[in-house]
Design a protein around this ligand. Structure first.
Ligand SMILES: [Zn+2]
Length: 396
Protein backbone atom coordinates (compact mmCIF):
# COMPACT_ATOMS: atom_id res chain seq x y z
CA UNK A 1 0.00 0.00 0.00
CA UNK A 2 1.48 3.32 -0.89
CA UNK A 3 0.24 6.80 -0.40
CA UNK A 4 -0.50 8.30 -3.78
CA UNK A 5 -2.44 11.53 -3.67
CA UNK A 6 -4.43 13.64 -1.30
CA UNK A 7 -8.14 12.98 -1.06
CA UNK A 8 -8.86 16.43 -2.49
CA UNK A 9 -7.59 15.56 -5.95
CA UNK A 10 -9.83 12.51 -6.16
CA UNK A 11 -12.90 14.12 -4.76
CA UNK A 12 -15.71 14.03 -7.28
CA UNK A 13 -18.11 15.99 -5.19
CA UNK A 14 -20.69 17.74 -7.30
CA UNK A 15 -20.75 21.50 -6.96
CA UNK A 16 -24.13 23.14 -6.83
CA UNK A 17 -25.00 26.60 -7.94
CA UNK A 18 -28.10 28.08 -6.43
CA UNK A 19 -30.52 29.94 -8.67
CA UNK A 20 -34.04 30.89 -7.54
CA UNK A 21 -34.20 27.99 -5.09
CA UNK A 22 -33.11 25.51 -7.74
CA UNK A 23 -29.88 23.63 -7.73
CA UNK A 24 -27.97 23.06 -10.91
CA UNK A 25 -25.24 20.58 -11.52
CA UNK A 26 -21.77 21.74 -12.40
CA UNK A 27 -20.35 21.12 -15.86
CA UNK A 28 -19.34 17.67 -14.64
CA UNK A 29 -23.00 16.66 -14.30
CA UNK A 30 -22.62 13.95 -11.71
CA UNK A 31 -25.41 12.82 -9.46
CA UNK A 32 -25.32 10.94 -6.15
CA UNK A 33 -27.99 8.28 -5.75
CA UNK A 34 -28.46 6.10 -2.69
CA UNK A 35 -28.92 2.56 -3.99
CA UNK A 36 -30.75 -0.30 -2.24
CA UNK A 37 -32.13 2.53 -0.10
CA UNK A 38 -35.19 0.63 1.11
CA UNK A 39 -33.22 -2.37 2.40
CA UNK A 40 -31.45 -2.96 5.68
CA UNK A 41 -28.28 -4.74 4.62
CA UNK A 42 -25.12 -5.51 6.56
CA UNK A 43 -23.21 -7.34 3.86
CA UNK A 44 -22.77 -7.05 0.10
CA UNK A 45 -20.60 -8.64 -2.53
CA UNK A 46 -18.88 -6.29 -4.97
CA UNK A 47 -17.64 -7.28 -8.43
CA UNK A 48 -15.52 -4.92 -10.50
CA UNK A 49 -15.63 -4.97 -14.28
CA UNK A 50 -12.64 -2.59 -14.41
CA UNK A 51 -9.57 -1.81 -12.34
CA UNK A 52 -11.15 0.51 -9.80
CA UNK A 53 -9.28 2.35 -7.05
CA UNK A 54 -10.10 2.14 -3.37
CA UNK A 55 -9.66 5.26 -1.30
CA UNK A 56 -9.18 5.00 2.44
CA UNK A 57 -10.43 8.18 4.01
CA UNK A 58 -8.55 8.04 7.33
CA UNK A 59 -5.11 7.44 5.85
CA UNK A 60 -5.43 9.16 2.46
CA UNK A 61 -4.40 5.96 0.75
CA UNK A 62 -5.37 5.04 -2.78
CA UNK A 63 -5.17 1.35 -3.52
CA UNK A 64 -5.68 -0.35 -6.87
CA UNK A 65 -8.38 -2.99 -6.88
CA UNK A 66 -8.14 -5.65 -9.55
CA UNK A 67 -11.05 -6.47 -11.77
CA UNK A 68 -12.39 -10.00 -12.02
CA UNK A 69 -12.17 -10.47 -8.27
CA UNK A 70 -14.97 -10.12 -5.81
CA UNK A 71 -14.93 -8.12 -2.64
CA UNK A 72 -17.00 -8.84 0.45
CA UNK A 73 -18.15 -5.72 2.29
CA UNK A 74 -19.38 -5.97 5.84
CA UNK A 75 -20.40 -3.73 8.70
CA UNK A 76 -18.10 -4.72 11.57
CA UNK A 77 -19.74 -2.48 14.14
CA UNK A 78 -21.88 0.65 14.01
CA UNK A 79 -19.29 2.72 12.21
CA UNK A 80 -16.54 0.39 10.96
CA UNK A 81 -16.58 -1.37 7.61
CA UNK A 82 -14.46 -4.20 6.35
CA UNK A 83 -13.67 -5.02 2.75
CA UNK A 84 -12.11 -8.42 2.05
CA UNK A 85 -10.93 -9.30 -1.45
CA UNK A 86 -11.26 -12.80 -2.86
CA UNK A 87 -7.46 -13.17 -2.63
CA UNK A 88 -7.58 -12.46 1.09
CA UNK A 89 -6.58 -8.77 1.36
CA UNK A 90 -8.43 -6.93 4.12
CA UNK A 91 -9.18 -3.23 4.45
CA UNK A 92 -10.93 -1.55 7.37
CA UNK A 93 -12.32 1.97 7.30
CA UNK A 94 -15.25 4.10 8.39
CA UNK A 95 -15.91 5.05 4.81
CA UNK A 96 -14.88 3.20 1.67
CA UNK A 97 -14.77 4.99 -1.67
CA UNK A 98 -14.38 3.06 -4.89
CA UNK A 99 -13.38 5.17 -7.89
CA UNK A 100 -13.92 4.27 -11.52
CA UNK A 101 -11.08 4.73 -14.01
CA UNK A 102 -13.71 6.21 -16.37
CA UNK A 103 -16.91 7.32 -14.64
CA UNK A 104 -19.02 7.15 -17.80
CA UNK A 105 -17.81 3.70 -18.84
CA UNK A 106 -16.57 1.65 -15.88
CA UNK A 107 -19.03 -0.71 -14.25
CA UNK A 108 -19.31 -2.56 -10.99
CA UNK A 109 -22.00 -4.86 -9.72
CA UNK A 110 -23.41 -5.56 -6.30
CA UNK A 111 -25.09 -8.59 -4.86
CA UNK A 112 -27.01 -8.35 -1.63
CA UNK A 113 -28.37 -11.38 0.25
CA UNK A 114 -32.04 -10.59 -0.59
CA UNK A 115 -31.49 -10.86 -4.35
CA UNK A 116 -30.20 -13.74 -6.45
CA UNK A 117 -29.15 -11.47 -9.30
CA UNK A 118 -26.54 -8.76 -9.24
CA UNK A 119 -27.36 -5.18 -10.05
CA UNK A 120 -24.90 -3.44 -12.36
CA UNK A 121 -23.95 0.22 -11.93
CA UNK A 122 -21.76 2.71 -13.76
CA UNK A 123 -19.47 5.15 -11.96
CA UNK A 124 -18.25 5.36 -8.36
CA UNK A 125 -19.45 3.83 -5.12
CA UNK A 126 -19.20 5.26 -1.62
CA UNK A 127 -19.86 2.89 1.24
CA UNK A 128 -20.47 3.91 4.83
CA UNK A 129 -22.60 2.59 7.65
CA UNK A 130 -25.80 4.04 9.06
CA UNK A 131 -27.26 2.60 12.25
CA UNK A 132 -25.31 -0.59 11.66
CA UNK A 133 -26.46 -1.01 8.04
CA UNK A 134 -24.65 -0.37 4.79
CA UNK A 135 -25.26 2.98 3.14
CA UNK A 136 -24.37 2.71 -0.56
CA UNK A 137 -24.13 5.82 -2.73
CA UNK A 138 -23.61 5.58 -6.48
CA UNK A 139 -22.05 8.64 -8.14
CA UNK A 140 -22.59 8.67 -11.89
CA UNK A 141 -23.14 10.81 -14.97
CA UNK A 142 -26.56 12.45 -15.00
CA UNK A 143 -27.41 10.94 -18.41
CA UNK A 144 -26.49 7.43 -17.22
CA UNK A 145 -28.85 7.97 -14.31
CA UNK A 146 -31.62 9.27 -16.62
CA UNK A 147 -31.18 6.20 -18.83
CA UNK A 148 -31.34 3.86 -15.81
CA UNK A 149 -34.54 5.49 -14.52
CA UNK A 150 -36.31 5.44 -17.91
CA UNK A 151 -35.32 1.76 -18.17
CA UNK A 152 -36.76 1.01 -14.72
CA UNK A 153 -39.90 3.13 -15.15
CA UNK A 154 -41.06 2.15 -18.65
CA UNK A 155 -38.97 -0.81 -19.81
CA UNK A 156 -38.22 -2.04 -23.29
CA UNK A 157 -40.02 -1.90 -26.63
CA UNK A 158 -41.39 1.67 -26.61
CA UNK A 159 -41.28 4.26 -29.38
CA UNK A 160 -38.11 6.46 -29.52
CA UNK A 161 -40.14 9.70 -29.25
CA UNK A 162 -41.85 8.38 -26.13
CA UNK A 163 -38.44 7.54 -24.62
CA UNK A 164 -37.24 11.08 -25.41
CA UNK A 165 -40.26 12.63 -23.69
CA UNK A 166 -39.76 10.36 -20.67
CA UNK A 167 -36.02 11.19 -20.57
CA UNK A 168 -36.86 14.90 -20.36
CA UNK A 169 -39.27 14.30 -17.48
CA UNK A 170 -36.72 12.21 -15.57
CA UNK A 171 -33.90 14.74 -16.14
CA UNK A 172 -36.11 17.71 -15.22
CA UNK A 173 -37.33 15.94 -12.08
CA UNK A 174 -33.80 14.97 -11.04
CA UNK A 175 -32.44 18.50 -11.48
CA UNK A 176 -35.31 20.10 -9.59
CA UNK A 177 -34.94 17.66 -6.68
CA UNK A 178 -31.17 17.54 -6.17
CA UNK A 179 -31.69 18.89 -2.66
CA UNK A 180 -34.24 16.21 -1.68
CA UNK A 181 -31.80 14.08 0.33
CA UNK A 182 -28.92 16.55 0.56
CA UNK A 183 -28.88 16.60 4.40
CA UNK A 184 -28.39 12.80 4.26
CA UNK A 185 -25.36 13.16 1.96
CA UNK A 186 -26.83 12.31 -1.46
CA UNK A 187 -29.22 13.80 -4.03
CA UNK A 188 -31.89 11.16 -4.67
CA UNK A 189 -32.88 7.74 -3.41
CA UNK A 190 -33.62 4.85 -5.79
CA UNK A 191 -37.26 4.37 -4.75
CA UNK A 192 -40.64 5.77 -5.89
CA UNK A 193 -40.10 8.51 -3.28
CA UNK A 194 -37.67 10.02 -5.81
CA UNK A 195 -37.40 8.00 -9.04
CA UNK A 196 -37.04 4.24 -9.40
CA UNK A 197 -33.46 3.33 -10.35
CA UNK A 198 -32.05 -0.21 -10.51
CA UNK A 199 -28.68 0.60 -12.08
CA UNK A 200 -27.27 0.57 -15.58
CA UNK A 201 -29.61 0.95 -18.51
CA UNK A 202 -29.36 -2.03 -20.82
CA UNK A 203 -31.49 -0.70 -23.66
CA UNK A 204 -29.62 0.98 -26.52
CA UNK A 205 -32.91 2.55 -27.70
CA UNK A 206 -33.26 4.33 -24.34
CA UNK A 207 -29.57 5.33 -24.34
CA UNK A 208 -30.05 6.84 -27.82
CA UNK A 209 -33.10 8.81 -26.65
CA UNK A 210 -31.18 10.11 -23.63
CA UNK A 211 -28.22 11.27 -25.71
CA UNK A 212 -30.51 12.78 -28.39
CA UNK A 213 -31.99 14.99 -25.63
CA UNK A 214 -28.71 15.58 -23.78
CA UNK A 215 -28.96 18.59 -21.41
CA UNK A 216 -32.57 19.35 -22.42
CA UNK A 217 -34.98 20.23 -19.63
CA UNK A 218 -38.54 21.58 -19.43
CA UNK A 219 -39.06 25.06 -17.97
CA UNK A 220 -42.10 27.24 -17.38
CA UNK A 221 -42.57 30.82 -18.60
CA UNK A 222 -40.38 32.07 -15.69
CA UNK A 223 -37.56 29.70 -16.71
CA UNK A 224 -38.09 27.54 -13.63
CA UNK A 225 -37.81 23.80 -14.05
CA UNK A 226 -41.34 22.38 -14.08
CA UNK A 227 -42.83 19.81 -11.73
CA UNK A 228 -42.64 17.03 -14.31
CA UNK A 229 -45.66 15.07 -13.06
CA UNK A 230 -46.81 12.03 -15.00
CA UNK A 231 -49.15 9.07 -14.55
CA UNK A 232 -50.19 5.93 -16.44
CA UNK A 233 -53.46 6.97 -18.11
CA UNK A 234 -55.55 10.16 -17.79
CA UNK A 235 -58.87 8.45 -18.53
CA UNK A 236 -59.47 10.96 -21.31
CA UNK A 237 -58.95 14.14 -19.27
CA UNK A 238 -55.97 15.24 -17.19
CA UNK A 239 -56.30 16.97 -13.81
CA UNK A 240 -55.44 20.46 -12.54
CA UNK A 241 -52.49 20.27 -10.12
CA UNK A 242 -54.38 22.12 -7.35
CA UNK A 243 -57.19 19.52 -7.42
CA UNK A 244 -54.73 16.85 -6.27
CA UNK A 245 -51.93 18.68 -4.47
CA UNK A 246 -53.50 22.01 -3.57
CA UNK A 247 -50.82 23.94 -5.49
CA UNK A 248 -51.74 25.63 -8.74
CA UNK A 249 -49.16 25.39 -11.51
CA UNK A 250 -49.98 27.26 -14.73
CA UNK A 251 -48.52 24.46 -16.85
CA UNK A 252 -50.45 21.66 -15.09
CA UNK A 253 -53.95 22.36 -16.44
CA UNK A 254 -56.68 19.86 -17.13
CA UNK A 255 -56.75 18.96 -20.85
CA UNK A 256 -59.04 16.73 -22.86
CA UNK A 257 -56.88 13.75 -23.78
CA UNK A 258 -58.35 11.47 -26.44
CA UNK A 259 -54.95 9.75 -26.86
CA UNK A 260 -55.48 7.90 -23.54
CA UNK A 261 -58.95 6.66 -24.47
CA UNK A 262 -59.07 2.91 -25.11
CA UNK A 263 -55.46 2.30 -24.02
CA UNK A 264 -54.75 -0.69 -21.67
CA UNK A 265 -55.34 1.16 -18.35
CA UNK A 266 -58.25 3.23 -19.64
CA UNK A 267 -61.07 1.42 -17.84
CA UNK A 268 -61.41 -0.23 -14.45
CA UNK A 269 -64.23 -1.35 -12.14
CA UNK A 270 -64.39 -2.00 -8.44
CA UNK A 271 -67.27 -3.36 -6.35
CA UNK A 272 -67.92 -2.39 -2.76
CA UNK A 273 -70.74 -3.60 -0.49
CA UNK A 274 -73.37 -0.88 -0.15
CA UNK A 275 -73.09 -1.07 3.64
CA UNK A 276 -69.31 -0.45 3.48
CA UNK A 277 -69.82 2.48 1.12
CA UNK A 278 -72.40 4.02 3.50
CA UNK A 279 -70.09 3.43 6.50
CA UNK A 280 -67.30 5.12 4.58
CA UNK A 281 -69.48 8.15 3.76
CA UNK A 282 -70.53 8.47 7.42
CA UNK A 283 -66.90 9.27 8.30
CA UNK A 284 -67.42 12.49 6.33
CA UNK A 285 -70.76 13.15 8.10
CA UNK A 286 -72.57 12.37 4.84
CA UNK A 287 -76.38 12.12 5.51
CA UNK A 288 -76.78 8.37 4.89
CA UNK A 289 -80.31 8.45 6.39
CA UNK A 290 -81.51 10.82 3.64
CA UNK A 291 -82.93 8.96 0.62
CA UNK A 292 -82.02 11.71 -1.82
CA UNK A 293 -78.43 11.76 -0.51
CA UNK A 294 -78.21 7.96 -0.80
CA UNK A 295 -79.48 8.12 -4.38
CA UNK A 296 -76.84 10.73 -5.22
CA UNK A 297 -73.99 8.71 -3.68
CA UNK A 298 -75.06 5.50 -5.44
CA UNK A 299 -75.61 7.09 -8.88
CA UNK A 300 -72.72 9.57 -8.89
CA UNK A 301 -71.63 10.54 -12.42
CA UNK A 302 -68.68 12.49 -13.83
CA UNK A 303 -69.17 13.59 -17.45
CA UNK A 304 -66.03 15.68 -17.04
CA UNK A 305 -63.67 15.36 -14.08
CA UNK A 306 -65.05 16.65 -10.77
CA UNK A 307 -63.06 17.47 -7.65
CA UNK A 308 -65.61 16.48 -5.00
CA UNK A 309 -68.48 14.14 -4.35
CA UNK A 310 -70.70 16.94 -3.08
CA UNK A 311 -74.16 16.83 -1.55
CA UNK A 312 -75.38 20.19 -0.24
CA UNK A 313 -72.67 21.39 2.15
CA UNK A 314 -70.89 18.00 2.41
CA UNK A 315 -67.85 17.90 0.13
CA UNK A 316 -65.74 14.75 -0.02
CA UNK A 317 -62.55 15.20 -2.09
CA UNK A 318 -62.40 12.52 -4.79
CA UNK A 319 -58.65 12.22 -4.18
CA UNK A 320 -59.46 11.10 -0.60
CA UNK A 321 -61.93 8.50 -1.89
CA UNK A 322 -59.28 7.26 -4.33
CA UNK A 323 -56.57 7.00 -1.64
CA UNK A 324 -58.75 5.53 1.09
CA UNK A 325 -60.59 2.98 -1.07
CA UNK A 326 -57.48 2.24 -3.16
CA UNK A 327 -59.09 3.10 -6.49
CA UNK A 328 -57.07 3.43 -9.69
CA UNK A 329 -58.19 7.02 -10.33
CA UNK A 330 -60.58 9.77 -9.20
CA UNK A 331 -62.44 9.70 -12.55
CA UNK A 332 -65.28 7.26 -11.76
CA UNK A 333 -69.05 6.89 -11.95
CA UNK A 334 -71.02 4.86 -9.41
CA UNK A 335 -74.06 2.62 -9.87
CA UNK A 336 -75.98 0.15 -7.71
CA UNK A 337 -76.03 -3.47 -8.84
CA UNK A 338 -79.29 -5.27 -9.61
CA UNK A 339 -79.69 -6.71 -6.11
CA UNK A 340 -79.10 -3.24 -4.62
CA UNK A 341 -76.54 -4.46 -2.09
CA UNK A 342 -73.33 -3.48 -3.90
CA UNK A 343 -72.04 -0.28 -5.47
CA UNK A 344 -69.99 -0.63 -8.64
CA UNK A 345 -67.33 1.99 -9.42
CA UNK A 346 -66.81 2.35 -13.18
CA UNK A 347 -63.52 4.20 -13.55
CA UNK A 348 -61.39 5.73 -16.26
CA UNK A 349 -57.62 6.14 -16.16
CA UNK A 350 -54.86 5.06 -13.80
CA UNK A 351 -52.90 7.35 -11.51
CA UNK A 352 -53.31 10.90 -10.16
CA UNK A 353 -54.01 12.28 -13.66
CA UNK A 354 -51.75 15.36 -13.39
CA UNK A 355 -49.33 16.17 -16.24
CA UNK A 356 -48.32 13.62 -18.87
CA UNK A 357 -50.31 10.44 -19.45
CA UNK A 358 -47.77 7.75 -20.37
CA UNK A 359 -50.21 5.67 -22.38
CA UNK A 360 -51.47 8.78 -24.17
CA UNK A 361 -47.87 9.80 -24.91
CA UNK A 362 -47.11 6.32 -26.30
CA UNK A 363 -50.05 6.62 -28.67
CA UNK A 364 -48.99 10.13 -29.74
CA UNK A 365 -45.49 8.82 -30.52
CA UNK A 366 -46.88 5.95 -32.58
CA UNK A 367 -49.11 8.42 -34.47
CA UNK A 368 -45.97 10.24 -35.61
CA UNK A 369 -45.92 13.12 -33.15
CA UNK A 370 -42.55 14.21 -31.75
CA UNK A 371 -41.47 14.27 -28.11
CA UNK A 372 -41.76 18.06 -28.26
CA UNK A 373 -45.39 17.79 -29.42
CA UNK A 374 -46.07 15.30 -26.61
CA UNK A 375 -44.61 17.58 -23.94
CA UNK A 376 -46.35 20.72 -25.26
CA UNK A 377 -49.66 18.84 -25.27
CA UNK A 378 -49.53 17.71 -21.64
CA UNK A 379 -47.80 20.79 -20.15
CA UNK A 380 -49.07 24.23 -21.12
CA UNK A 381 -46.82 27.14 -22.16
CA UNK A 382 -43.59 25.34 -21.33
CA UNK A 383 -40.27 25.50 -23.16
CA UNK A 384 -37.68 22.87 -23.85
CA UNK A 385 -34.31 24.42 -23.22
CA UNK A 386 -30.65 23.43 -23.00
CA UNK A 387 -29.43 23.48 -19.40
CA UNK A 388 -26.33 25.47 -20.29
CA UNK A 389 -28.40 28.12 -22.11
CA UNK A 390 -30.73 28.23 -19.13
CA UNK A 391 -27.83 29.09 -16.84
CA UNK A 392 -26.78 31.78 -19.34
CA UNK A 393 -30.28 33.34 -19.41
CA UNK A 394 -30.44 33.29 -15.63
CA UNK A 395 -27.13 35.09 -15.33
CA UNK A 396 -28.23 37.80 -17.80
ZN1 LIG B 1 -36.12 9.80 -2.13
Amino acid sequence: MKKIKKYKSFSLVVCFLLFNNLFFLSAQELINVRIFSSFKIVTAKLFLQDDYSLFIDETNELIKLNKNQFYQIEVVNDSLLELVSSDGKKFKSQKIMIYAPDIGQSEFSLQIPKFKNNRVFKGNLTISSENGNLKLINTLDLDDYVCGVVNAEVGKGRHPEFYKAQALLVRTYALSHLYKHLPEGFNLCDQVHCQVYYGTCISSAIADAVSATHNQVIVDSNLNLIVAAFHSNSGGQTVNSEDIWGTKKDYLRSVKDTFSVGMPSYRWTKKIALKDWMDYLKKYKYPTDDNEAIAYATQFKQYTRQVYLQYNSIKIPLKNIRDELKLMSTFFDIELNETKDTVVFHGRGFGHGVGLSQEGAMRMAKAGLSYKDIIQFYYQNVMLIDLKKLNFFREE
